[in-house]
Design a binder for this molecule. Structure first.
Ligand code: MBD
Ligand code: FE
Length: 304
């Protein structure tokens, strides 16, 4: 069928079995997506067998809870970031800390701590890291009482809650900046995440000839009154996958230097006899602006 016949078919479908006006926005989106799928079936001559394999694959991925992992894996979540960047530029918002993908592993409800937090529960191996910095507005002024939500993987690349072997909210905290806009935490160095072997995402990536590894990274939501919510991550510069992330999350400006501190007094203060890592990273916020699409949009998220 050609495009005109498909469009006519879609119009007939829309006009059949009508019970009311429905939701015009949903109608427009469904019409477009179904039309585009039909066009793809035509253009690529997708067989019936391929079609049903695809449908079953998606149902299966949903059952396994992997749809939120496939989305970053095929680049859709990064695409949404790029669209948000464009919308902000159009609204006159430029500069600031780059955003990058949230991913599917945030859990709401992490313990709130003022100024300085320890993220790890002390039971797991890993190299000590101390990270801190200032949350600032677009003029460079520090923002006291800003909320820095942080979450990251353990030494095996696993996230608490999704990995039930870890304690509740291990490597997850909500830190409120102090009077000088500073946040600080100690934790253990994360290791890069990999998609579950044999899962839906893994099956797809294998068919695409791609791996399912991310470089080591630390996630952040930064929120403050009158500011746009910032969703971002920092990446660990030494990771071999730094610029080879299956989820396309690494961006210029999100790879801070990782220093090694071997000062004896500093080590003693942290209760360690080994040198530890130090990362300094500031978050530069954008002011709330009605013309730009909201960044604190709803999305189904886990909560504990
Ligand atoms: C992650 O840890 C992650 O951050 C993303 C984006 C996808 C999968 C796992
Ligand atoms: Fe992650």
């Amino acid at each position: 069928m050609d495009k005109k016949s498909i469009e006519a078919l879609m119009t007939r479908f829309e006009e059949t079995g009508v019970t009311g006006p429905g939701n015009p926005r949903v109608k427009a989106i469904v019409r477009r997506l179904v039309t585009d799928l039909m066009l793809a079936i035509e253009d690529l001559d997708i067989s019936s067998e391929e079609f049903w394999i695809g449908l079953n694959y998606l149902g299966d991925a949903g059952k396994r809870g992997e749809l939120g992992l496939i989305v970053p894996g095929i680049g859709l979540e990064h695409f949404l970031d790029l669209r948000m960047d464009e919308a902000e530029a159009k609204a006159g918002l430029t500069g600031g800390t780059p955003r990058t993908i949230e991913g599917p592993l945030y859990v709401a409800g992490a313990p709130e701590v003022k100024g300085e937090a320890r993220l790890d529960d002390g039971t797991q191996p890993g190299e000590l890291v101390v990270m801190g910095g200032v949350v600032r507005d677009a003029k460079g002024n520090p923002i006291p009482h800003a909320k820095v939500e942080v979450w990251h993987a353990n030494h095996l690349g696993n996230y608490s809650y999704f990995d039930q072997s870890q304690s509740a909210f291990n490597l997850r905290r909500t830190i409120l900046t102090d009077e000088n806009g500073r946040y600080k935490f100690r934790s253990i160095m994360p290791v890069g995440y990999s998609v579950p072997p044999g899962g839906s995402t893994d099956i797809l990536l294998q068919q695409l000839g791609r791996h399912g590894h991310r470089p080591a990274h630390i996630h952040f939501f930064v929120t403050a009154e009158g500011q746009r919510k910032l969703t971002t991550q920092i990446n660990i510069e030494s990771d071999p996958h730094l610029w080879d992330d299956f989820a396309f999350g690494t961006r210029e400006g999100l790879v801070p230097p990782v220093k090694t501190n071997s000062d004896a007094a500093a080590m003693t203060a942290l209760g360690t006899d080994k040198p530890f890592y130090e990362i300094e990273f500031n978050f530069d916020m954008q002011p709330a602006k009605a013309e730009a699409p909201v960044t604190d949009f709803d999305r189904p998220r886990a909560a504990a």
